[in-house]
Each structure stands twice: as C-alpha cells, then as structure tokens.
Design a protein around this ligand. Structure first.
Ligand code: OOG
Ligand code: NI
Length: 454
C-alpha cells in the first residue's frame, strides 16, 4: 500500500488550507496574485541573486498560517496533528508583554526542522494559546467561566487525532487515510456557521478582542495565511494601488541598502465577515466580525544570538529616533548592521552555511579561523534564511488589526507561563531556533574543513 509520508502530508495540507482560506476570504486570493506578480518582477529584475534566500518555487509555494487555541489540552492536540506533517514546535513567544494592548497569549510555531524538509515545503503555523489563568487580563470569576466554556468544546475529531498518531507511529498513511486526515484537519480550521453568543462574546471583547476570538466561539479557525514576497515595499504599494486598505506600517527592520535580516511583515486590514449571533432572548441575528486579515512577509538572513541582540538594540534606537522627530530608520539601522552579507558573517551576526573552495592552485594552504578562511576565499558563504517569527512584530500584527485595545491590569502579577511550561503542555521538545541555526552552520563547517584537509 502506497504511503503518504509527513512531507507530502504537509505540502498537501498547505494547499488544502490555502484553497479553504481563499474561498472564505477572497481578498487573500488577490494578495497571493499580487505576491506572485511582485516575485516574478523581482526575479526578472535581479536574476539569480533574488533566489539566494530560497528558490522561486519554494517562495511561491511558501505560506505560514496562524491559529489560536484556548487551552493547554487543545494545544497538545494541535501538536499531535502537526507532528503527522513533520512540523515541530519551535520557539517561545510571549505576546502578553510585547505590546501596550491586551494580547493575552503565548505562542510557538510548528515547522519543519531540517534544511531539506524546509526546502521541500516550509509550511509553518504560528500557534497561540490563551492565557486564561493570567489575572492581568481575566478576573478569577471570568477565568473560571472561560475555562468551563473551553472545556466543553472539541476542536479536533477523535478520528483526526488517531490518524495523526498513526501517521507518526507508522511513518505515513495510506492514500485513503491521508485524504480523510487532510479533510478533517482542514475542516477543523474552517470558519463555523454556528451562532455566537452575543453577550459572552462582548464580555470577553471588553478584556481583549483576541480573547473573544478564541474563547467566545465554540470552534477555532485559521486566522490568516501568509504568502512570502521578495519585495514587501513593492507589494504594499501594489495592494494600496488596488484600493485595499493596508495597516499603517511594515513590521520589523526598515528598508535599507544593506542585507535584509529576519522578517518584515505587513497585512491588509481585517475585513468584516458575516457571522450569526444568538441574542440574550434566544433569537438569532446577522452581524459581522473583523478578525481575519491578510498578512504578507519578506524573509531575510537568520541572525545568531549576538545578531538578535543587535537587532533588539537597533529596533529600540529606531523607536527613540522616531519619538524624537527624526525618523530616518534606514540611517539609524546603518549604525547597527554592516552593509554587506559578508560583514554580517565576519562580525558573527548572521547565520550562513559554508562550502569548501579547495581548488585554488598557487595560493598556498588554507589556514586560520573561519573568518580568515572566508576572507581568503577558501570558504564560500551562503545565507541561511530566517524560518521563525518575531514577538514584537507578532504583537504588532495582532494589535494593528484590533479595533479596541482591551484592558490589562498591570498592578497584579501575571501567570508564570514560560517556555518550560509550554514544553510540558506540548509533551515533546520545544526547539530553540538559535540552536537549530547554529547546528546547521556547524555541520556545514565540519564538512568544509574536512574537504580542505583541516
Ligand atoms: C498571530 C499573529 C502573529 C506573525 O506572523 O507574526 C503572526 C495571530 O494573529 O494569531 O502570525
Ligand atoms: Ni502571521
């Protein structure tokens, strides 16, 4: 019996989910269309160098999704479903403190870990869990009622979870089971037509629109599906020219002349979608909610821990400059980051893989540090693309699509929901992105040094 393995399940799931989301949110199809046009233009303009951070095929197929769940038990189930697709929890993001608005969630991203898996299909899903026990957001009374509400719902069918576990245990599913798995998995993230209890939704909305979106309804849904674009500034302009309202800013590093690092993101504003409401008197009425938006992103070179610390300093400096009236972010940035990719590697800020260049007759023998070998041409460096997310940008994306800030009582202590807590909930290792990048670099370095006879 032919088996559908985890890589194929992931690639097919990304397609099925994209079709679903395109039916539900037609503006997403416009976004994908514009993204493809921008990517084709960039490749036509810059040729091969445009594909240094991923082939056009990979970039064209590339998406990340975002989902939000209510409880640790629901998150543990999500982990089982994604494990079947070779997607593993990576990174810990605490969004509760990442903005002044009320965003009561902590998050991780499920993604492939290995370079060849990422190249085959890099689909990843940013996944947030509601911090129902955090008193800064939820009073003891509301927290109790919220947890009771959430404990009564079932997001994932037993059959889906059983198929997921079987796919992991047996290394894949039969074609028939794979189809059932994909239909059930995508169906779990479809927008439900079930009427929403207006009073309950409103009560949560006062605390946080995110809390209402997660805990005010009996199911979950895909919040956005994000295509990758090679020139996000061009995309922003093209979408605006089509009359689509974009959020005010592009999150992340500014546009500048030097190498792009990490991640730049923006989105079109959440659109009003018709939803049914159950009123206090039991009647059902039509209404609408604005929760789902169209994010798009450009990815740059991954940074080391030192590079990330530099990034945080640069972001703070850009903020300070904007606050004092000077807002030339690119000029501020240039004070923190080298102007070339080679500079990023030489200063230990950027992550690259290296390849040996052994055939260099007449130039002596290779020796010295990695930086020296790179400088002398014994090693060639290729950028490693950033595969993860940024807490501040994530919070910015959440917040720029909320109509109200909600409320947060900063006088009480928050709940202790740290990375260890999250790892316990997931019941599997929570991978550290920096460690993954470092391991990839080290593996390429050992191979290259061996080839150079070092
Ligand atoms: C997730 C927001 C974060 C990103 O790309 O940083 C995110 C959400 O809205 O659920 O998706
Ligand atoms: Ni996103």
């Amino acid at each position: 019996m032919a088996t559908v393995g985890s890589t194929a399940l992931r690639a097919r799931f990304a397609v099925v989910l994209s079709e679903l989301y395109g039916r539900e949110v037609p503006a997403y199809r416009t976004l994908v269309e514009v993204a493809h046009q921008v990517n084709a233009d960039v490749v036509a303009r810059s040729g091969e160098s445009a594909e240094r951070l991923g082939s056009l095929d990979r970039v064209t197929a590339e998406r990340h999704g975002a989902i939000r769940v209510g409880t640790p038990a629901e998150l543990a189930q999500v982990a089982r479903v994604f494990a079947a697709m070779g997607m593993h929890p990576t990174g810990y993001y605490d969004l509760r403190d990442a903005s002044a608005s009320s965003v009561p969630v902590v998050s991780t991203a499920f993604r492939p870990l290995e370079a060849d898996e990422l190249a085959a299909n890099p689909f990843r899903v940013f996944t947030s869990v509601l911090a129902t026990s955090d008193r800064r957001f939820f009073s003891a009374d509301l927290s109790t009622r919220l947890q009771a509400f959430l404990s009564r719902r079932r997001l994932f069918a037993d059959e889906l979870l059983e198929l997921a576990d079987r796919a992991v245990a047996e290394g894949g599913l039969s074609e028939e089971d794979a189809q059932t798995f994909l239909t059930l998995a995508a169906g779990s993230f479809a927008l439900s037509a079930e009427p929403i209890d207006r009073t309950w939704y409103r009560e949560l909305e006062q605390v946080s629109a995110v809390a209402a979106d997660i805990g005010g309804v009996g199911s979950t849904h895909i919040n956005h599906l994000t295509p990758r674009v090679l020139d996000i500034d061009a995309l922003y302009a093209a979408m605006s020219a089509r009359g689509i309202a974009m959020i005010d800013a592009i999150q992340g590093p500014p546009r500048w002349a030097g190498p792009d690092v990490l991640l730049r993101q923006t989105s079109f504003r959440a659109l009003a979608e018709p939803r049914q409401f159950r009123e206090a008197d039991g009647s059902v009425s039509e209404g609408s909610l604005r929760v789902r938006f169209g994010e798009v992103e450009a990815r740059g070179v991954a940074l080391t821990r030192a590079g990330r610390a530099r990034y945080d300093e640069a972001v703070a400096a850009v903020d300070a400059a904007a606050g004092s009236g000077g807002d030339d972010a690119a000029a501020v940035w240039a004070g923190f980051f080298p102007a070339t990719e080679a500079g990023l590697y030489a200063e230990g800020l950027g992550v690259c893989t290296v390849t040996a260049v052994p055939d260099r007759a007449g130039v002596g023998a290779p020796e010295g540090s990695t930086a020296e070998l790179l400088r002398d041409g014994w090693l060639r460096a290729d950028p490693v693309v950033y595969e993860d997310f940024l807490p501040r940008s994530a919070a910015g994306i959440f917040v720029s699509n909320l109509s109200e800030a909600g409320s947060k009582d900063t006088d009480v202590a928050g709940a202790d929901l740290d990375a260890e807590w999250l790892e316990g909930v997931l019941a599997r290792p929570l991978h550290d992105p920096f460690d993954l990048y470092e391991a990839q670099h080290q593996a390429s370095l050992s191979t290259a040094r061996r080839r150079l006879g070092l």
